[in-house]
Design a protein around this ligand. Structure first.
Ligand code: PEP
Ligand code: MG
Length: 763
């Protein structure tokens, strides 16, 4: 596929038009004369290009007012006089909304603000485009015509391309006076507070590092187009070589990841892309500006495309452009970033394996664009106790590497370049949290019983040897879920039996006699290892994973069972199987286990003192027949993360759908209640190990539904113990029995109020 093919069919000015426009803009900026003369010249060039009766540039002032700086077509006297407040009028709306606004009859628009001094009375159609730089609006480009008409998508796209360049010019110091450039620079470096979602609680203070390194700063216009063309050529050659190299070094990859790399290669060698980059350079732009310019054009084109595949490719194209910029800026490759001692990692998204590659001591916090609370990267972050905020997509645009960032994982906020008072307030909060942790630690030996005497066992989730000391620190009764697949995800090859055995033995030793429930490797879904051939699946979460893969691939599960049997020789072994759907699947797993037991016996190896087998209830099918599954195992554990994803048919990794459905939905709660009752009836011990129990309101509801054993991330053990001791299971059950019958969408607010009224510890 070619990038060229993504262009809308209609003609317009086309590439030649854009090239001519860029050259004229270059000449306007390069000409002698006052700042105002150059700006006016630029405005008139744009006006004639877009065939507008009026073209105006508004720039943002330090007080956030938008001031008319230059116009072609409005009354000249209005320049530097007409001002609109942030959010006022159509111009203010464009600035505030960060997106273009098109209307055929501006005076009829509800937000229209009339400014008589501009002489805009005869004008009807309006197109406003924000001048965006680093995610911030620096101003607004406005195109107006007398005739009432709607601007075409192509015209909007062209205006956006011009606005991108205008924003670059405004920030580069090539057009405005020094004082005004300083104002723009200050605006870009203002402290910012972004609201997202807290995924891992806690406070972190540190300096920003990007998972993807940022593009270096650069000039907009060049004096020597031939030299720029040579730099571009060199950058492109190195880009192509680096993409080829990626394909060779990942030759064993298959499925989705290889497709991604192949698409990269197609784009890197795309003739049309190169031609447009060269044309932009020969119109007077630096090689870097040409890349930015063509990137903005491609963005505008692909966003208009109806084809979701093409829209998805935007990310690849952006990534390729960033790589090219970095290569031209002197980066040798896109290798691992240097970390600060107090690194806050900022990324749009990342996988659990990538996170595990980072040095845990230096990594203090995570800011991710789009990741849900039950995704595995969140689970790993929680296990590592790294505060994390997500849902802040433009954090990358608004931050420079090295900027100070404060993360509040409880409030779901981040502060970029905070003022001193904010930093101090957060230091104090951090201190209070540490004190609270010390209080939790002092309570670790207190028996956990509800006010009405129901004993609740608290276990802990783990996955790395590093997690094990928390058993002692938190007073958890054991490990209720040891996610063994983490070891499979970290390495570059399948871990050998002896490495697996060493980890399991270490975990058992560190547990010092407390039970550790090892969940056999749950690979698949979002937990994929680069060295394994998963094949491409459209719905990997519902695909070949958990016990499904285990029975098909005994080459993975049998060595793991062997390692577990050896590590637990002479001790009690607890084994748990993930993603069971039908009771019959357990027969296949048991047969594999029996074979390994026989094999160990034959070779005279010691065996565990006892082997307890558990099944995870993670699919509605398994929940529905929990009694039949219970008959085949020694214990059950509800994996609420997967169970909720399948109950609501909402991908746990999709930020767009994940928060739509609340686990406090009465339907889901009654479904859980049914599962608990089936387990009780079958006399099977049952625990809950989904992340939902991290939330005190949901945890309390689960107690009300009859769950008496929980496995939680280590950080949640202390607060949960307090919660248990402050609630009455009987009162909660009675409250739920009534409220679950009502047509509520969620019982969250009601339950929170009930808990508050009854003095529950909800912190
Ligand atoms: C679950 O699905 O709730 C669970 C505990 O397993 P994981 O999160 O590892 O899929
Ligand atoms: Mg699961």
């Amino acid at each position: 596929m070619s990038i060229e093919n993504t262009r809308p069919p209609h003609g317009g000015h086309g590439d030649r038009g854009i090239t001519v426009l860029l050259r004229r803009m270059h000449d306007a900026v390069a000409q002698e004369g006052s700042v105002q003369d150059r700006l006016d010249q630029l405005t008139s060039v744009i006006a004639s290009h877009v065939v507008a009766d009026v073209c105006s540039i508004y720039l943002r002032r330090p007080d956030d007012d938008l001031e008319l700086y230059s116009t072609e077509g409005l009354n000249r006297e209005a320049v530097h006089k007409t001002r609109l407040k942030w959010g006022e009028g159509l111009v203010g709306l464009v600035a505030e909304g960060h997106r273009p606004l098109v209307t055929a009859d501006a005076p009829l628009h509800p937000a229209f603000a009339y400014r008589p001094e501009t002489g805009e009375d005869p004008l009807h159609s309006f197109l406003g485009v924000p001048l965006l730089r680093s995610g911030k609006t620096l101003g607004v480009l406005v195109v107006q015509n007398k005739a009432a008409r709607i601007y075409s998508d192509e015209e909007v796209g062209a205006a956006q391309a011009v606005a991108t360049l205008l924003a670059e010019i405004a920030a580069s110091g090539e057009l405005l006076s020094q004082e005004e450039t300083d104002v723009v620079g200050e605006m870009l470096r203002r402290p910012e507070k972004l609201k997202g979602f807290g995924i891992v609680s806690g406070i972190a203070l540190g300096r920003a590092v990007f998972l993807q390194p940022p593009a270096p700063k650069h000039k907009v216009f060049a004096d020597d187009p031939a030299a720029e063309a040579a730099r571009l050529e060199d950058g492109l050659n190195r880009l192509r070589a680096s993409v080829d190299e990626m394909l060779v070094s990942n030759a064993s990859l298959s499925g989705v990841s290889r497709d991604v790399l192949e698409t990269y290669r197609l784009f890197a060698y795309d003739r049309g892309w190169k031609d447009r980059l060269r044309a932009a350079v020969f119109s007077g732009l630096t090689a870097e500006s040409a890349v930015e310019q063509v990137k903005a054009e491609n963005r505008a084109r692909l966003l208009q495309s109806r084809d979701p595949y093409l829209r998805e490719r935007l990310h690849d194209l952006d990534d390729l452009s960033h790589r090219l910029l970095r290569l031209m800026g002197g980066a040798l490759n896109g290798g691992r970033r240097k970390l600060y001692d107090d690194t806050i990692l900022v990324a749009s998204t990342m996988g659990p394996a990538e996170l595990l590659e980072y040095d845990r001591k230096s990594l203090k916090g995570l800011v991710l664009g789009e990741v849900s609370a039950t995704s595995h990267v969140a689970i790993v972050a929680r296990a590592l106790k790294i505060p994390m905020v997500t849902g802040v997509r433009d954090a990358i645009d608004r931050t420079d590497e090295g900027d100070q960032i404060v993360i509040d994982g409880d409030a779901g906020e981040i502060h970029i370049r905070p003022v001193r008072e904010v930093v101090e307030a957060f230091r104090a909060k951090h201190q209070r949290q540490s004190e609270r942790q010390a209080v939790y630690a002092s309570e670790r030996d207190i028996p956990t019983e509800t006010k009405d005497g129901v004993k609740i066992s608290i276990l802990m989730n783990a996955g790395l040897a590093l997690d094990m000391p928390y058993l002692e620190e938190t007073g958890a009764e054991g490990v209720g879920l040891f996610r063994t697949e983490l070891q499979f995800l970290i390495g570059t090859q399948l871990p050998s039996v002896s490495t697996q055995e060493a980890l399991y033995r270490e975990a058992l030793d560190l547990a010092a006699g407390k039970p550790v429930i090892f969940r056999t490797a749950d690979i698949g879904g979002d937990k994929t290892a680069a060295y394994m051939d998963h094949g491409a699946e459209v719905n990997p979460a519902m695909g070949w994973r958990g016990v499904r893969m285990a029975v098909d691939r005994p080459g993975i599960i049998r060595p793991q069972l062997r390692a577990l049997l050896s590590a637990a020789a002479g001790r009690e072994l607890y084994l748990m199987f993930p993603l069971v759907t039908l009771a019959s699947e357990l027969d296949g797993m048991r047969a594999l286990l029996d074979r390994e037991v026989e094999r160990a016996k034959k070779s005279g190896r010691d065996l565990p003192r006892a082997i307890n087998i558990g099944a995870m209830i993670e699919t509605p099918a398994a929940a529905w027949q929990a009694d039949q599954i219970a008959a085949k195992v020694d214990f059950l554990s509800i994996g609420g993360n997967d169970l909720a994803q399948f109950y609501f048919a909402a991908d746990r990794d999709s930020e767009r759908v994940q928060r739509r459905y609340d686990p406090m939905n009465p339907g889901f709660l009654s479904f859980l209640q049914m599962t608990v009752q089936k387990a009780l009836k079958a006399k099977a011990p049952l625990s809950y190990c989904g992340e939902q129990a991290v939330d005190p309101v949901t945890a309390a509801a689960l107690i009300g539904l009859g769950v008496t054993q929980f496995s939680l991330p280590a950080v949640s053990v202390g607060p949960f113990r307090r919660l248990v001791r402050s609630v009455s299971a009987g009162d909660l059950a009675a409250w739920l029995a009534v409220e679950m019958q009502q047509p509520h969408l969620s019982l969250r607010d009601g339950c929170a109020q009930f808990l508050k009224d009854n003095g529950a510890a909800l912190e």
